[in-house]
Design a protein around this ligand. Structure first.
Ligand SMILES: Nc1ncnc2c1ncn2[C@@H]1O[C@H](COP(=O)(O)OP(=O)(O)O)[C@@H](O)[C@H]1O
Ligand SMILES: [Mg+2]
Length: 251
């Protein structure tokens, strides 16, 4: 279980997250949706502590870090949380001068201190899982966007994180290539991977999310199942948002 308690994030005078409490049960998939600038990326970055909340608490399993203004959080505390997360970005962010398999092996060797042989075996297994077993030695520039994103997913999963965080994983892709990535994420969800993703992709959210959180101006407006949020939203603001994205995408 992952729990966020009353997360507040301020940048200077601006309050970007304004008291967010959410839990993500083991094996669940949560989609964060909402207008641009609403705080989705900042919330994801607060889960892995790439951003440190101004106040609130982040708990993953038995590890909990409390943020209190004025108290400096140690690197060991940050690492206790961050080490349990993997992150996938909109623009893949593969290392351009490493092949697909080297991208997946890199963190296992440098951070986890695995031997090359062990890291290679794990990387092959993961690249096969995401349907990239035939491209292990390709350079990122030789791969389509969908293929690069699948390698990035394999890389994020390499150290067996407890939660996979995805920030708009299909937003940079044409519909067909986005479909490949939706299929891979769907397969991971079916295997019980815990995921939290920010997405505008209705196909992705409605196909694999158990929980949809509508976030606006740093606050949770409404939470429900994908059917409830997309099919029968309760709040006026959610209704307007859902109809605007539904008009732009066909399910
Ligand atoms: N490092 C930062 N410094 C100042 N403001 C930031 C920073 N990162 C994000 N913001 C602001 O926080 C708000 C929420 O951004 P973001 O989390 O990226 O939203 P979303 O992902 O929902 O589009 C935006 O107004 C953005 O300008
Ligand atoms: Mg964002």
């Amino acid at each position: 279980m992952i729990t966020l308690t009353d997360i507040v994030k301020r940048f200077g005078e601006a309050t970007i997250l304004n008291g967010i409490s959410l839990s993500f049960p083991e094996g669940s998939v949560t989609a964060l949706v909402g207008p641009s600038g609403g705080g989705k990326s900042t919330l994801l970055r607060s889960i892995n502590l790439l951003e440190q909340p101004t106040s609130g608490a982040v708990q993953i399993g038995a590890d909990r870090v409390d943020f209190v203004p004025g108290r400096k959080v140690s690197f060991a505390e940050i690492q206790s949380i961050r080490g349990q997360t993997g992150m996938v970005f909109q623009n893949f962010q593969l290392f351009p001068h490493r092949t697909a398999i080297e991208n997946v092996m890199e963190g296992l060797i440098t951070v986890q201190k695995w031997s090359r042989e062990k890291a290679r075996a794990r990387a092959v297994e993961l690249l096969e899982k995401v349907g990239m077993g035939h491209k292990t030695d390709a350079w990122p520039a030789e791969l389509s966007g969908g293929q690069q994103q699948r390698v990035a997913i394999a890389r994020a999963l390499a150290p067996s994180p407890r939660v996979l965080l995805c920030d708009e994983p299909t937003s940079a892709l044409d519909p067909e290539l986005a479909g490949e990535v939706v299929d891979v994420l769907g397969k991971l969800a079916a295997e019980g991977t815990t995921m939290v993703m920010a997405t505008h992709d209705l196909r992705l959210a409605s196909k694999i999310a158990n929980q949809v959180v509508f976030l606006e101006a740093g606050q949770v407006v409404e939470t429900g199942t994908a059917d409830a949020i997309f099919g029968n939203p309760q709040r006026e603001r959610t209704k307007r948002f859902v109809s605007s994205i539904s008009a732009a995408q066909t399910l």
